[in-house]
Design a protein around this ligand. Structure first.
Ligand code: 6PG
Length: 238
């Protein structure tokens, strides 16, 4: 059963600040209760501001476990890499120990092998049928994709695997991504959506008839909490 919440912030800065405060609060209480905080991070530009705020917070990085919900099929030092974006915005400046984060072992010539290796690592970390994340952070593309689950792509129909390579025709390249079941097994999922460029996508995800092949983000239905964190610019017109 998905419990849905909506957090509306004034603008992108306010959104990042609110997300940062809530992230720190959740991390602290989870580590206190369970000894570690296991998060699947999002790529893209929206979370970047959050990550730069987190680097100045007094978080217990030794007991954090940071993973990536998706990654581009590029070297980890590429400008396109989500791991590089996170490293530059957060991991390096906050001196997060390497034992606390787990980049996708990218091999540009073998995305299937890299996806399998990441899944094997996740299966060693999490018991059970799918990973019970403490938190999955997600963005929303203007085409209603999330993670690297793009409209009309094969990964949308994967129900067994946790993490797969996904051919994305519009980029003429592979992406690597958590699958729907591996996201929906989370205790909580936070969508971070900012800017008027996302209004249409949000409108489609919320109000169009359910068709996750067209609007993949519609199929994010965690067995837990789903919170939409928006700035005012992203809110669709009535
Ligand atoms: C990625 C993300 C992707 C992103 C959306 C929104 O690898 O780029 O996982 O799903 O969250 O494309 O991106 P913005 O936050 O940059 O709008």
């Amino acid at each position: 059963m998905t419990e849905r919440f909506l957090q509306i912030c004034t603008d992108r800065e306010d959104l990042s600040r609110e997300l940062c405060d809530s992230f720190c609060e959740l991390a602290e209480e989870t580590i206190e209760r369970e000894g570690k905080f296991r998060v699947a991070l999002s790529g893209g530009s929206t979370p970047q501001q959050l990550y730069t705020l987190l680097r100045d917070e007094d978080l217990d990085w030794d007991h954090m476990r940071l993973y990536w919900g998706d990654e581009r099929n590029v070297p980890l030092d590429s400008e396109e890499s989500n791991a590089r974006m996170t490293r530059d915005a957060l991991l390096q400046p906050a001196q997060v120990p390497a034992s606390s984060y787990f980049p996708v072992p990218i091999n540009v010539d073998d995305p299937a092998g890299a996806a399998r290796a990441y899944e094997e690592m996740l299966r060693e970390e999490f018991d059970g049928d799918f990973p019970r994340w403490d938190l999955v952070l997600l963005g929303l593309g203007d085409d209603a994709h999330t993670a690297s689950l793009f409209p009309g792509t094969a990964a949308l129909d994967e129900r067994e695997r946790w993490f797969v390579e996904n051919w994305v025709p519009k980029f003429d390249s592979y992406r690597l991504t958590l699958t729907f079941p591996a996201i929906n097994s989370a205790k909580r999922v936070w969508f971070m959506v900012a800017g008027e460029g996302k209004r249409r996508a949000l409108q489609n995800v919320w109000n169009e008839e359910k068709d996750f092949h067209r609007f993949p983000a519609q199929n994010i239905t965690p067995d837990g909490e789903l919170t939409w964190w928006l700035d005012e610019a992203a809110i669709p017109p009535e």
